[in-house]
Design a protein around this ligand. Structure first.
Ligand code: SF4
Ligand code: SF4
Ligand code: SF4
Length: 102
């Protein structure tokens, strides 16, 4: 799975962040997901870099520091090379965020 992002076309509107959070919600509905607890979280962020808005998402690194850092082995690599999280093992410590170079 590869995402190609044309930064020349990105307006920084952040609609992709909302769409990603809704996709990872229980209801997968924009209006219902707002009231869910815990609040649905996106897997993408949009950063301001120089004159551009740069959508940032997981790079599925070959040597992924997040996998090494996760204390519960919640993060794993699939046979297709994707880096995913077993949400039932995640304790929310956020160490993976500190370990991620992006
Ligand atoms: S912020 Fe996201 S949704 Fe908005 S233009 Fe950029 S890539 Fe598209
Ligand atoms: S270190 Fe960051 S970018 Fe790399 S696989 Fe882990 S979460 Fe994704
Ligand atoms: S928040 Fe902690 S337990 Fe959850 S995936 Fe990240 S490092 Fe692993």
């Amino acid at each position: 799975m590869v995402f190609y992002i044309d930064v020349e076309k990105c307006t920084g509107c952040k609609a992709c962040i909302v769409a990603c959070a809704v996709e990872h919600s229980g209801s997968k509905n924009l209006f219902l997901s707002i009231f869910e607890k815990p609040t649905p979280q996106p897997r993408i962020n949009v950063e301001a870099v120089a004159k551009w808005s740069l959508p940032m998402l997981c790079m599925h690194c070959e040597k992924a520091p997040c996998i090494e850092a996760c204390p519960t082995s919640a993060i794993y690599r699939t046979s297709e090379g994707l880096v995913l999280i077993r949400e039932e093992y995640c304790i929310g410590c956020k160490v993976c965020i500190l370990a991620c170079p992006f």
